[in-house]
Design a protein around this ligand. Structure first.
Ligand code: SF4
Length: 254
Protein backbone atom coordinates (compact mmCIF):
# COMPACT_ATOMS: atom_id res chain seq x y z
CA UNK A 1 0.00 0.00 0.00
CA UNK A 2 1.43 3.42 -0.85
CA UNK A 3 1.02 6.69 1.03
CA UNK A 4 0.80 10.37 0.19
CA UNK A 5 3.89 11.92 1.75
CA UNK A 6 4.97 15.54 2.14
CA UNK A 7 8.47 14.90 3.44
CA UNK A 8 10.74 12.65 5.47
CA UNK A 9 12.89 14.63 7.86
CA UNK A 10 15.93 12.81 9.16
CA UNK A 11 17.70 13.59 12.45
CA UNK A 12 14.72 15.46 13.81
CA UNK A 13 14.88 16.43 17.50
CA UNK A 14 11.61 18.30 18.11
CA UNK A 15 9.11 15.49 17.56
CA UNK A 16 9.63 13.23 20.53
CA UNK A 17 12.50 11.58 22.43
CA UNK A 18 16.01 11.16 21.05
CA UNK A 19 16.98 11.36 17.41
CA UNK A 20 14.01 10.62 15.21
CA UNK A 21 12.95 10.54 11.60
CA UNK A 22 9.69 12.39 11.06
CA UNK A 23 7.38 11.19 8.34
CA UNK A 24 5.08 14.03 7.28
CA UNK A 25 1.86 12.72 5.78
CA UNK A 26 0.29 15.04 3.22
CA UNK A 27 -3.20 16.45 3.73
CA UNK A 28 -4.97 17.91 6.75
CA UNK A 29 -8.67 18.37 7.43
CA UNK A 30 -8.18 21.34 9.77
CA UNK A 31 -6.96 24.84 8.90
CA UNK A 32 -5.18 26.38 11.88
CA UNK A 33 -4.19 29.87 10.68
CA UNK A 34 -0.87 29.59 12.56
CA UNK A 35 0.06 26.24 10.93
CA UNK A 36 3.80 26.12 10.28
CA UNK A 37 3.55 23.32 7.74
CA UNK A 38 1.22 24.94 5.15
CA UNK A 39 2.74 22.84 2.37
CA UNK A 40 1.25 19.73 3.98
CA UNK A 41 -2.36 20.94 4.13
CA UNK A 42 -3.57 20.08 0.64
CA UNK A 43 -3.56 16.41 -0.28
CA UNK A 44 -2.47 17.46 -3.79
CA UNK A 45 1.15 18.30 -4.63
CA UNK A 46 2.03 21.98 -4.22
CA UNK A 47 4.94 24.05 -5.49
CA UNK A 48 7.04 26.20 -3.17
CA UNK A 49 8.74 28.94 -5.17
CA UNK A 50 11.93 29.89 -3.32
CA UNK A 51 14.49 32.40 -4.67
CA UNK A 52 16.90 29.47 -5.10
CA UNK A 53 14.37 27.47 -7.12
CA UNK A 54 11.04 25.67 -7.00
CA UNK A 55 10.34 22.67 -4.81
CA UNK A 56 7.39 20.35 -5.23
CA UNK A 57 5.88 19.00 -2.02
CA UNK A 58 3.81 15.84 -2.27
CA UNK A 59 4.55 12.40 -3.68
CA UNK A 60 3.16 8.94 -3.43
CA UNK A 61 5.65 6.50 -1.96
CA UNK A 62 5.36 2.76 -1.62
CA UNK A 63 5.34 1.21 1.82
CA UNK A 64 8.63 -0.53 1.01
CA UNK A 65 10.32 2.74 -0.05
CA UNK A 66 9.15 4.58 3.07
CA UNK A 67 10.17 1.72 5.35
CA UNK A 68 13.60 1.53 3.72
CA UNK A 69 14.17 5.26 4.16
CA UNK A 70 12.90 5.31 7.75
CA UNK A 71 15.12 2.43 8.80
CA UNK A 72 18.30 3.92 7.29
CA UNK A 73 19.05 5.61 10.60
CA UNK A 74 17.95 2.79 12.90
CA UNK A 75 21.31 2.69 14.71
CA UNK A 76 20.99 6.36 15.64
CA UNK A 77 17.46 5.82 16.94
CA UNK A 78 18.61 2.98 19.18
CA UNK A 79 21.65 4.79 20.50
CA UNK A 80 19.75 8.00 21.26
CA UNK A 81 16.50 6.49 22.56
CA UNK A 82 14.79 7.88 19.48
CA UNK A 83 12.76 6.39 16.66
CA UNK A 84 10.20 7.47 14.11
CA UNK A 85 7.41 10.03 14.43
CA UNK A 86 4.41 10.08 12.13
CA UNK A 87 3.28 13.68 11.66
CA UNK A 88 1.75 15.85 9.00
CA UNK A 89 -0.57 17.19 7.81
CA UNK A 90 -2.74 14.65 9.58
CA UNK A 91 -1.54 11.08 9.75
CA UNK A 92 -4.99 9.81 10.80
CA UNK A 93 -6.35 10.63 7.33
CA UNK A 94 -4.10 7.86 5.99
CA UNK A 95 -4.55 5.48 8.89
CA UNK A 96 -4.59 2.26 6.85
CA UNK A 97 -1.24 2.96 5.17
CA UNK A 98 0.19 4.35 8.40
CA UNK A 99 -0.84 1.24 10.34
CA UNK A 100 0.89 -1.06 7.85
CA UNK A 101 4.10 0.92 8.15
CA UNK A 102 3.71 1.12 11.91
CA UNK A 103 3.42 -2.66 12.16
CA UNK A 104 6.68 -3.07 10.24
CA UNK A 105 8.47 -0.52 12.43
CA UNK A 106 7.27 -2.30 15.55
CA UNK A 107 8.45 -5.65 14.19
CA UNK A 108 11.85 -4.02 13.55
CA UNK A 109 11.98 -2.82 17.17
CA UNK A 110 11.78 0.88 16.26
CA UNK A 111 9.92 3.24 18.58
CA UNK A 112 6.97 5.05 17.00
CA UNK A 113 5.34 8.28 18.13
CA UNK A 114 2.16 9.63 16.52
CA UNK A 115 1.85 13.41 16.30
CA UNK A 116 -1.81 14.25 15.64
CA UNK A 117 -4.57 16.79 16.04
CA UNK A 118 -6.93 13.88 16.61
CA UNK A 119 -9.59 14.98 14.16
CA UNK A 120 -10.75 11.79 12.45
CA UNK A 121 -13.08 8.87 13.17
CA UNK A 122 -11.89 6.85 16.18
CA UNK A 123 -11.34 3.85 13.91
CA UNK A 124 -8.29 5.72 12.53
CA UNK A 125 -6.85 6.18 16.02
CA UNK A 126 -7.67 2.58 16.89
CA UNK A 127 -5.77 1.28 13.86
CA UNK A 128 -2.55 2.76 15.23
CA UNK A 129 -2.94 2.00 18.94
CA UNK A 130 -1.18 -1.39 18.86
CA UNK A 131 1.95 0.11 17.30
CA UNK A 132 2.37 3.54 18.91
CA UNK A 133 4.74 3.93 21.84
CA UNK A 134 3.44 7.44 22.51
CA UNK A 135 0.94 9.91 21.14
CA UNK A 136 1.76 13.61 20.80
CA UNK A 137 -1.77 14.99 20.96
CA UNK A 138 -2.42 18.61 20.01
CA UNK A 139 -4.95 20.38 22.19
CA UNK A 140 -5.53 23.90 20.91
CA UNK A 141 -8.57 25.25 22.74
CA UNK A 142 -11.34 24.04 25.02
CA UNK A 143 -13.85 26.33 23.33
CA UNK A 144 -16.01 24.48 20.77
CA UNK A 145 -16.86 27.81 19.17
CA UNK A 146 -13.24 28.89 18.77
CA UNK A 147 -12.33 25.48 17.44
CA UNK A 148 -15.14 25.64 14.89
CA UNK A 149 -14.61 29.27 13.87
CA UNK A 150 -10.82 29.38 13.78
CA UNK A 151 -9.59 25.84 13.24
CA UNK A 152 -12.56 24.60 11.25
CA UNK A 153 -13.82 21.50 13.01
CA UNK A 154 -15.89 19.96 15.76
CA UNK A 155 -13.97 19.88 19.04
CA UNK A 156 -16.16 17.11 20.45
CA UNK A 157 -14.62 14.63 17.98
CA UNK A 158 -11.10 15.47 19.19
CA UNK A 159 -12.16 15.19 22.82
CA UNK A 160 -14.07 11.93 22.37
CA UNK A 161 -11.07 10.41 20.61
CA UNK A 162 -8.76 11.61 23.35
CA UNK A 163 -10.96 10.12 26.05
CA UNK A 164 -11.18 6.79 24.25
CA UNK A 165 -7.43 6.72 23.62
CA UNK A 166 -6.73 7.42 27.30
CA UNK A 167 -9.18 4.73 28.35
CA UNK A 168 -7.19 2.25 26.22
CA UNK A 169 -4.19 2.99 28.46
CA UNK A 170 -2.17 4.67 25.70
CA UNK A 171 0.77 6.92 26.54
CA UNK A 172 -0.51 10.37 25.55
CA UNK A 173 1.48 13.59 25.73
CA UNK A 174 -0.70 16.67 25.42
CA UNK A 175 0.91 19.43 23.39
CA UNK A 176 -0.56 22.90 23.53
CA UNK A 177 0.52 25.47 20.93
CA UNK A 178 0.61 28.91 22.57
CA UNK A 179 -1.07 31.11 19.98
CA UNK A 180 -1.22 34.85 20.72
CA UNK A 181 -4.75 36.19 20.64
CA UNK A 182 -6.23 32.69 20.34
CA UNK A 183 -5.56 30.67 23.47
CA UNK A 184 -3.22 32.70 25.70
CA UNK A 185 -5.66 34.86 27.68
CA UNK A 186 -6.08 33.74 31.27
CA UNK A 187 -9.66 32.61 30.67
CA UNK A 188 -8.59 30.51 27.66
CA UNK A 189 -5.88 28.84 29.73
CA UNK A 190 -8.25 28.21 32.67
CA UNK A 191 -10.78 26.60 30.36
CA UNK A 192 -8.12 24.38 28.75
CA UNK A 193 -6.73 23.33 32.13
CA UNK A 194 -10.14 22.55 33.60
CA UNK A 195 -11.07 20.48 30.57
CA UNK A 196 -7.82 18.53 30.49
CA UNK A 197 -8.11 17.86 34.22
CA UNK A 198 -11.50 16.26 33.51
CA UNK A 199 -9.67 13.85 31.22
CA UNK A 200 -7.19 12.99 33.98
CA UNK A 201 -4.24 14.72 32.31
CA UNK A 202 -1.36 15.50 34.69
CA UNK A 203 1.39 16.75 32.34
CA UNK A 204 1.39 19.09 29.37
CA UNK A 205 3.98 20.24 26.86
CA UNK A 206 3.71 23.91 25.89
CA UNK A 207 4.80 24.96 22.41
CA UNK A 208 5.60 28.68 22.25
CA UNK A 209 4.55 30.54 19.12
CA UNK A 210 7.09 30.96 16.34
CA UNK A 211 7.00 32.12 12.74
CA UNK A 212 9.26 29.48 11.23
CA UNK A 213 6.63 28.67 8.60
CA UNK A 214 6.51 32.25 7.34
CA UNK A 215 8.86 31.64 4.40
CA UNK A 216 6.77 28.68 3.28
CA UNK A 217 3.63 30.81 3.08
CA UNK A 218 5.51 33.27 0.88
CA UNK A 219 6.88 30.47 -1.28
CA UNK A 220 3.36 29.11 -1.70
CA UNK A 221 1.95 32.55 -2.52
CA UNK A 222 -0.34 32.38 0.52
CA UNK A 223 -1.14 35.09 3.04
CA UNK A 224 0.07 34.27 6.57
CA UNK A 225 -2.23 35.64 9.25
CA UNK A 226 0.58 35.68 11.86
CA UNK A 227 3.22 37.35 9.66
CA UNK A 228 3.48 40.38 11.92
CA UNK A 229 2.93 38.58 15.23
CA UNK A 230 6.14 38.54 17.28
CA UNK A 231 7.25 35.41 19.15
CA UNK A 232 6.40 35.42 22.86
CA UNK A 233 8.81 37.23 25.14
CA UNK A 234 10.50 35.42 28.01
CA UNK A 235 8.07 37.17 30.40
CA UNK A 236 5.02 36.04 28.45
CA UNK A 237 6.30 32.47 28.28
CA UNK A 238 6.92 32.55 32.00
CA UNK A 239 3.39 33.90 32.66
CA UNK A 240 1.87 31.09 30.62
CA UNK A 241 4.06 28.46 32.18
CA UNK A 242 3.02 29.56 35.67
CA UNK A 243 -0.67 29.46 34.76
CA UNK A 244 -0.34 25.90 33.50
CA UNK A 245 1.80 24.90 36.48
CA UNK A 246 -1.17 25.59 38.73
CA UNK A 247 -2.69 22.43 37.23
CA UNK A 248 0.01 20.32 35.58
CA UNK A 249 3.62 19.28 35.41
CA UNK A 250 4.80 21.46 32.54
CA UNK A 251 7.51 21.18 29.94
CA UNK A 252 8.02 23.99 27.48
CA UNK A 253 9.82 23.81 24.17
CA UNK A 254 12.36 26.55 23.57
S1 SF4 B 1 -3.89 20.43 12.55
FE1 SF4 B 1 -1.68 20.70 12.38
S2 SF4 B 1 -1.20 20.38 10.19
FE2 SF4 B 1 -3.43 20.70 10.36
S3 SF4 B 1 -3.69 22.89 10.02
FE3 SF4 B 1 -3.55 22.60 12.24
S4 SF4 B 1 -1.38 22.89 12.73
FE4 SF4 B 1 -1.51 22.57 10.50
Amino acid sequence: MDANIANIQHFSVGDGDGIRATLFFKGCNLRCPWCHNPETLSAAPVTLNYPAGAQICGRRMTEDAIFAELTEDADFYRESGGGVTFSGGEVLLQAAAAAKLAARLKAAGISLFIDTAGYAPFSAVEALIPFADAWLWDYKTASPQKFRDTVGGDLSLVEENLQKLLSEGASVRIRIPLIPGFNTAEEDVSLICARLKEFGITKVDLLPFHRLGSGKYEALGLAYAYRETPPQTAEEKSRLRKLYENYFTVTMES
